[in-house]
Design a protein around this ligand. Structure first.
Ligand code: 1CP
Length: 356
């Protein structure tokens, strides 16, 4: 066994992203660090603002490692947020208790100036440096078999927050801009593509071993929009990252893409694709997993159901994807009312599953 193979056998997530089928199915969960954990809520009190928490390297590192200690997941996801990027670009971003993210919106009349990119790394104490410092601290405390995953939002998804000014139901502002003035919208997206690539490269330089691109709102686009605003920009991000790090595994997560996943995996050179719970396991096993390793897709709501239902749904998911390159995950993030004991049960159920 050469050095690379040894490393892979010790890191089941990396092995799965290389198309291998590790003995035991690897598992991590989106939003595994967060409000359902009492130890997170305890640390959360130390900073008034959520962004300050994200920019405190020691605390962010500690929060990242909390679910690893408790549950022994195969991957740690960096504790940060997709909205640190607009913040670092100079847009005003804040999180309101009980509301969620708020931003002073950009618009066609007041678009993002490409010079905003200069804000990202403008002086010795640039904001994103704290994120990269957190990564260095995490790597020191990371158990041997555990993979550290970095991330960014997909340019479209980050754009929805920047233009809508927060979480949206109808996404009318961004869709209106994209269809009525695609030229200026394209320019805006180009800045985000650049910023996203730089941030992912910064994380990889600091020590993350794989990255995930969260396109949480790709589901609101029709086929043409999906090509233009999900596939094309993400292709550019992937190309820029690959230019610097040809081997880094990239997981794409175009949530809500449905059958457009086919176009996504055919055009993007990703090592893994995240599936949401709305995709049929049978369809995805036949059409997606045949091409690329998959990750997902148990509906997080089952962590709030009775244990028999959770067990049945977990086995059902595992039996569809288990024999081929696969990483167990939820279809979206852990819900904050989830009991940590239920997560413990889920991890054991996945660990005990025998691939035949
Ligand atoms: O303590 C709190 O009240 C803050 C809650 C919280 C947390 C724990 C937010 C606010 N973000 C996070 C962390 C976070 N966000 C992580 C880190 C670690 C982990 O997964 O364990 C990650 C990867 C994200 C990514 C993220 N942020 C996404 C993409 C994934 C997804 O959930 O769709 C999105 C859309 C955001 C924006 C965001 N951040 C927080 C909120 C409430 C929102 C808005 C969500 C929405 O619009 O519904």
């Amino acid at each position: 066994m050469d050095e690379t193979q040894k490393l892979l056998s010790r890191k089941p997530i990396l092995a799965a992203l290389q198309g291998k089928v590790p003995k035991s199915i690897p598992i991590w969960l989106m939003r595994q660090a967060g409000r359902y954990l009492p130890e997170y809520r305890e640390i959360r009190k130390q900073r008034r603002s959520f962004l300050d928490l994200c920019y405190s390297p020691e605390l962010a590192a500690e929060i990242t490692l909390q679910p690893i200690r408790r549950f022994g997941f195969d991957a740690a996801i960096l504790f940060s947020d997709i909205l640190v990027l607009p913040d670092a670009l100079g847009q005003k971003v804040w999180f309101e208790e009980g509301v969620g993210p708020r931003l002073i919106p950009v618009s066609p009349r007041d678009p993002l100036n490409p010079a905003a990119l200069d804000n990202l790394y403008d002086n010795e104490n640039y904001k994103l440096k704290t994120v990269y410092d957190a990564i260095r601290i995490i790597r020191e405390g990371l158990p041997a078999g555990c993979t550290l995953i970095g991330f960014a939002g997909g340019p479209w998804t980050v754009a929805t927050y920047m233009i809508e000014g927060g979480t949206s139901r109808s996404f009318e502002k961004i869709r209106h801009w994209a269809v009525t003035d695609p030229t200026s919208f394209e320019k805006f997206m180009a800045v985000l593509v650049e910023a996203t690539s730089l941030h992912l490269i910064g994380q990889i330089e600091a020590g993350v071993e794989a990255v995930q691109i969260f396109d949480s709102h790709s589901g609101i686009l029709d086929e043409e929009g999906f090509e233009k605003w999900i596939v094309e920009p993400t292709k550019k991000v992937v190309a820029q990252v690959r230019n610097h790090f040809s081997q880094i595994p990239i997981i794409g997560f175009p949530r809500g893409a449905g059958t457009k996943l086919l176009s996504y995996i055919n055009q993007l050179e990703v090592q893994g694709v995240g599936l949401d719970q709305y995709v049929s396991c049978k369809w995805a096993a036949e059409n997606i997993q045949r091409v690329v390793p998959v990750q997902g897709n148990l509906d997080p709501i089952y962590l709030l159901s009775d244990i028999e239902t959770l067990y049945r749904k977990t086995l059902d998911t595992l039996s569809h994807f288990g024999g081929n390159p696969y990483i167990f995950n939820l279809g979206h993030g852990v819900i904050k009312e989830t009991d940590p004991k239920t997560v413990e049960f889920l991890v054991k159920a996945v660990r005990d599953f025998e691939v035949n």
